[in-house]
Design a protein around this ligand. Sequence first.
Ligand SMILES: Nc1nc2c(ncn2[C@@H]2O[C@H](COP(=O)(O)OP(=O)(O)OP(=O)(O)O)[C@@H](O)[C@H]2O)c(=O)[nH]1
Ligand SMILES: [Zn+2]
Length: 245
Amino acid sequence: MERQPVASADPRRVRQTRQIPKEGALPHEAHTHTHDLAAEAFEPPYPDPAPALEAGAGAVDQRRVAAAVRELLLAIGEDPDRDGLQGTPGRVARAYAEMFAGLHQDPAEILGTTFDIGHSEMVLVKDIPFYSTCEHHLVPFHGHAHVGYIPGSDGMVTGLSKLARLVDLFARRPQVQERLTTQIVEAIVEHLRPAGVIVVIECEHLCMSMRGVRKPGAKTVTSAVRGQLRETATRAEAMSLILGR
Ligand SMILES: Nc1nc2c(ncn2[C@@H]2O[C@H](COP(=O)(O)OP(=O)(O)OP(=O)(O)O)[C@@H](O)[C@H]2O)c(=O)[nH]1
Ligand SMILES: [Zn+2]
């Protein structure tokens, strides 16, 4: 399979990697390297840039991510050259390419598939699982999205899977839950021109569970509503469908 081009590495990073001080280095850094650290940072196993799993992944500079992860490991007092960590910068780079692919995707491409079936009642896809990354701590937040809309007067609907793809597109970015919620709503308003839209998101934020305030299980619920779904009766119908498990 043909690999996606990866943006060229920033030469400043190469120099920076070369200048890792040896004097005063931690004990694990004391052993002699028989090869250039910079070259090592850009060769397999760090990184072996992943083929783009999906649109957008190829636009993440995996070589630069790998070099940064190597620095991060050194900064926390680890030895990036020990068994077990040698492939880690490359792995993280490949994972980040996937986790942040949404930065480089266009919602218009997802919502371009529409069908004129003359449907004018609410369509709701609920319990869409997703994983995102908290932009404050770069740890995951995850949960479920519920996406509903009432088609516009032209009766145009989109494919059901496209609503789930739209959630992933915005989730695969450094995010806060509130922005994730409104971006999904705004994309549907812009591209489907519906009569109404509702998005409800329920999440657990690992930055609140595993560190900091340490409240595992606490759920954050956000909603964004536009058009006819702001009206009391239609909103209540949508909420009862969402909450009815
Ligand atoms: N509104 C909002 N806040 C978030 C989200 N994700 C994380 N946060 C919060 O961002 C805040 C960052 O607060 P800071 O005081 O700058 O960072 P901190 O010292 O690490 O805060 P603590 O998490 O309380 O330890 C925290 O209260 C997080 O709970 C989100 O999606 N939306
Ligand atoms: Zn956080």
